[in-house]
Design a protein around this ligand. Structure first.
Ligand SMILES: [Zn+2]
Length: 341
């Protein structure tokens, strides 16, 4: 065999190996079975007056006191991995409808979008269109709504630290910071430059066209109790000063790829600042594949690039162990759990 043939054969073998690894990495998902014991059981028959939470996945949750129902993010579409990496994404309207039915909502009053990356904001306009709810978020989120032809009457902009009253709930958006991706290339592409959507965004578009648009903490108060949702594992130093809640719904996406110092600061700024006693983990799961399949850890490729999911759980375990009495929970998917009786 001459040298040229050897080189060609070598390159073919290399290409085959690279594609094998790639296909393995988009069809294999991280197993978080080790932490299943953190999962709380659904409440069998929640009383009508209770405040309940239902977890959909990523940082989409439904909060209800029976007369008023709120949703965060409203993300149901789970794009194919290949489309997310190389192609374009768009709301999967059939899956959104399926997800809303799966939740068995009497009605929906409002959707609060925590930031405009696609795994938070892509479906919000369709959710409010189908339910008649109102969509709240940043100017970037508003432009996602406009791109979906949502009327202005169903779009309301966040004003930093301005409370929004809906039924017995008061929701205060507080400008925070997005998770600081440890991977420099990913950090540049998702957080670098001007992270705003300045024109109506008409899907299908590449996933990265859903620019961040400002990441918000949501402080949700109700006469029965209050809690905070921190969807992205970042913080703005001191932004939660003066707020006390027993419960925080805490995003841990990507956390494991960051340094122990980052973990310490995140827990200090979110858990300690709020004096939280209970943490419910969110944004630990896959955002590709299908919402109709049971929730599972991220696909391996995302985990390699951004996530280190098991390390996120380990970091959480380590930080929780330092805080006496702090309980870490995972929510069951879809079913109601009582937050406040
Ligand atoms: Zn994000």
């Amino acid at each position: 065999m001459n040298l040229l043939k050897k080189i060609i054969l070598f390159l073919l073998l290399l290409a085959a190996m690279v594609s094998a690894v790639f296909f393995y990495s988009i069809h294999t998902f991280v197993d978080i079975g080790k932490y299943k014991n953190w999962e709380v059981s659904p409440t069998a028959n929640p009383s009508k007056s209770a405040v309940t939470v239902q977890f959909v996945g990523v940082s989409t949750v439904v909060i209800s006191d029976d007369s008023t129902t709120l949703m965060t993010d409203g993300f149901f579409t789970r794009p194919a991995p290949i489309d997310m990496v190389f192609g374009v994404v768009e709301p999967d309207t059939a899956d959104i409808r399926w997800g809303l039915e799966r939740l068995v909502l009497k009605k929906l009053d409002a959707v609060f979008v925590t930031h405009s990356h696609f795994d938070h904001a892509i479906d919000a306009p369709e959710v409010v269109r189908l339910t008649g709810a109102k969509m709240y978020g940043s100017e970037s989120t508003a432009n996602i709504g406009r791109g979906w032809n949502l009327p202005e009457s169903q779009i309301q902009l966040f004003e930093n630290k301005q409370p929004i009253k809906i039924g017995q709930f008061t929701v205060t958006p507080i400008l925070s910071r997005h998770f600081e991706f440890a991977n420099p290339e990913l950090r540049k592409r998702t957080l670098g430059g001007k992270q705003e959507i300045t024109e109506p965004l008409v899907p299908p578009v590449p996933a990265l066209d859903y620019k961040m648009g400002g990441a918000y903490t949501l402080f949700i108060e109700h006469p029965k109790g209050s809690f905070v949702l921190q969807s992205s594992a970042g913080w703005l130093e001191g932004s939660l000063k003066g707020i006390q809640t027993d419960i925080v719904l805490m995003g841990i996406g990507g956390l494991g790829a960051q340094t122990p110092e980052y973990h310490r600061s995140y827990f200090k700024e979110i858990v300690d600042e709020l004096q939280a006693k209970q943490v419910y983990l969110v944004h630990w799961d896959a955002f590709v594949s299908s919402i109709r399949k049971p929730i599972r850890g991220p696909m391996l490729l995302a985990d390699w690039i951004a996530g280190k999911t098991l390390k996120s759980f380990e970091a959480t375990e380590r930080e929780a162990a330092k805080r006496e009495g702090l309980k870490v929970n995972l929510l069951p998917q879809w079913e109601k759990v009582v937050l406040f009786e």
